[in-house]
Design a protein around this ligand. Structure first.
Ligand code: HEM
Length: 117
């Protein structure tokens, strides 16, 4: 059980890597666009995160306040991706503020995961 949980943590981290990596590629390339890969990364993080939010394969209590905050941040990122891609389809570009919030909010969730115990 413990090993299986660790495997799900790795999948959760893959989701984080795909989301953040896809955002960095666009940011460094100065394209200021949202991509499908970002949404896939978010989806992987969400599904794996929800599976990890159940108390299995561990002997300690989960911090549900922290998990709730992470879920809210993820929903905000999802909204930014949704609004961003709709705008992109309609007008051809994403309002820069939406794009520049996605990376820092993703990092914020990783920081919350690691620093808040
Ligand atoms: C973009 C969104 C997210 C990012 C970047 C993210 C990032 C991370 C990272 C880096 C870790 C590893 C921390 C460590 O083991 O010290 C982690 C663990 C974890 N995350 Fe997330 N997370 C996200 C969303 C979520 C959501 C929405 C949930 C559930 C509501 C969640 C639940 C968990 C749980 C339960 C763990 C601990 C795994 C364990 O130790 O058993 N995460 N997350």
């Amino acid at each position: 059980m413990e090993i299986l949980r660790h495997v799900v943590v790795v999948i959760h981290l893959v989701g984080f890597a795909v989301l953040f990596g896809a955002w960095v590629v666009e940011a460094v390339g100065r394209r200021v666009q949202v991509t499908r890969l970002m949404s896939y990364g978010l989806l992987i993080s969400l599904v794996a995160g929800l599976i990890l939010a159940a108390p299995w394969g561990i002997e300690y209590e989960l911090n549900y306040t922290k998990l709730g905050v992470k879920l809210v941040v993820l929903i905000v990122i999802g909204a930014l991706l949704g609004i961003g891609s709709a705008r992109q389809k309609r007008t051809g570009s994403v309002p820069p503020v939406l794009f520049w919030l996605i990376g820092p909010l993703t990092l914020l969730n990783a920081a919350i995961a690691v620093i808040w115990r």
